[in-house]
Design a protein around this ligand. Structure first.
Ligand SMILES: [Zn+2]
Length: 448
């Protein structure tokens, strides 16, 4: 199953507007397709996933060699795996990588050995509190190997000898990441970043990969004022490496969002940037407050996804994270239950629409000057005032025009006006558009 660019974009329309259903279903199909691919922070699984996304959007694959310095880190060796299993003394395969890529601890070194269960146990990971689920475990920076299995299965293993095989390789290679850049009218840019390093896990992180793909495809189809950059990277080391190699670009980043956990049924959650009052923080809060749906807003903390890197003090970028249920707060997190049944089309579609709305606010959030600041202009003769007086309170559209005229003194942006008036940004923005058409508003700095 493939999604052509036209299929992707056919279901995406002008930003923030939904004219046809189906984006959520298409995102879910992409998740199902990528689910079996064994991804890690490097290797062919990551490469194959990015090549698949490349069929949907104009993605550039970058390969950064092992050993490349990235601030205090170095790009690790590349990890690949072809097969892994545990076989009992009767020759029965009791754990098989081919059934789930979660069965092998990511970055396990190669193993071909035989050992008793008492010894093997040190390398087996399970979840006693969730006995039917397989956990997700990694050992990127410490040489180790391990298998993950359900606690019920672990309990069923009898004592005795086991053949243990991990056909993996850990060799000099590359760290692969994907990048989509969509130039706008100005070079100020918005950064959208998702991690792509988890194997068979859907909400964290395939939902973020799918949303980022569709968001990029949607934005590529419309004229935008700002430029947009989308990063598909391995968690932590990917962001660190990108920041180290792109310090020049960083100065153009005006705001950003880290995408993850956008397919579960929980309410939207916005985690603020380290700055806390950046434009992105206010735009996300504004959209969620006017969504009419439950939401929560959280302060920044130096944990979580790659906002940790973007908001490190040396960069302090205005980058927040927009999720549904945050990492670690849903029972399926980092287990085999974070599967394609857990993520659904409806929340995926709603998350995408919310992202579109937030980016729309950033794109249209300009500061204007009222060209007729001495008393109100005569709106009636311009068709900008309701014909019949006395209506109380006036329609919101009317109030939006009055608010934009009153506050557009070159210091209030449209988002400032939306927040101060309590009216939705979309209404304030369209009022500003009408006033501009009538020459009553101009961009700040136009006059000498
Ligand atoms: Zn994770």
């Amino acid at each position: 199953m493939t999604h052509s660019m036209s299929e992707l974009t056919a279901v995406l329309t002008a930003p923030g507007r939904i004219t046809r259903p189906g984006k959520g279903d298409a995102m879910h199909r992409l998740i199902v397709e990528l689910y079996p691919v064994c991804r890690s922070i490097t290797g062919d699984g990551m490469r194959a996933s990015l090549l698949r996304i490349k069929e949907c959007v104009g993605l550039t694959l970058h390969e950064v060699p092992t050993g490349t310095r990235a601030f205090d880190w170095r790009v690790p060796r590349e990890w690949n795996i072809s097969n892994a299993y545990i076989r009992n003394s009767r020759g029965e395969t009791v754990v098989d990588f081919r059934n789930s890529s979660l069965h092998v601890m990511s970055y396990s070194v190669p193993v071909h050995t035989r050992m008793p269960l008492s010894e093997l146990r040190h390398h087996l990971h399970s979840l006693p509190a969730q006995p039917d689920l397989i956990p997700y475990r990694t050992s990127y920076y410490t040489e180790d190997w391990g298998f993950c299995l359900s606690h019920a299965q672990l309990e069923s293993l009898d004592e005795g000898e086991y053949d243990v095989v991990i056909d993996s390789s850990l060799e000099p290679g590359n760290l692969t990441y994907g990048e989509v850049y969509i130039p706008g009218e100005v070079t100020d840019e918005i950064l959208i970043s998702c991690h792509c390093c988890h194997p068979a896990l859907c909400n964290d992180n395939l939902s973020g990969m799918a949303l980022t793909t569709f968001l990029a495809a949607g934005l590529a189809e419309s004229r935008r004022r700002l430029s947009y950059r989308f990063l598909f990277i391995p968690g932590a080391i990917g962001a660190i490496t990108w920041l180290a190699l792109n310090e020049e670009t960083v100065s153009r980043i005006r705001g950003g969002l880290v995408v993850a956990c956008v397919g579960d049924p929980g309410p939207m959650t916005y985690k603020k940037s380290r700055r806390g009052d950046a434009e992105i923080d206010r735009a996300a809060a504004h959209v969620l407050k006017h969504s009419g749906k439950p939401f929560s807003i959280r302060e920044f903390s130096p944990y979580g996804y790659d906002e940790r890197q973007y908001c490190s003090p040396g960069f302090n970028l205005p980058v927040g994270s927009l999720t549904r249920t945050p990492h670690g707060e849903f029972a399926q997190y980092h287990t085999s239950a974070d599967n394609p049944d857990f993520v659904r089309s409806e929340p995926l579609e709603e998350s995408l629409a919310t992202y579109m709305e937030v980016l729309d606010v950033l794109d249209k959030n300009e500061t204007y000057v009222n060209t007729n600041p001495h008393c109100e202009p005569e709106l009636g003769r311009r068709g900008l005032y309701a014909g019949t007086g006395g209506q109380s309170p006036p329609a919101e559209e009317q109030m939006a025009i009055l608010w934009v005229l009153n506050l557009s003194d070159g210091t209030y942006s449209l988002l400032d006006i939306a927040d101060r008036s309590g009216l939705p940004f979309t209404m304030i923005s369209s009022a500003a558009g009408r006033l501009r058409e009538h020459g009553l508003l101009e961009k700040r700095g136009v006059r000498p």
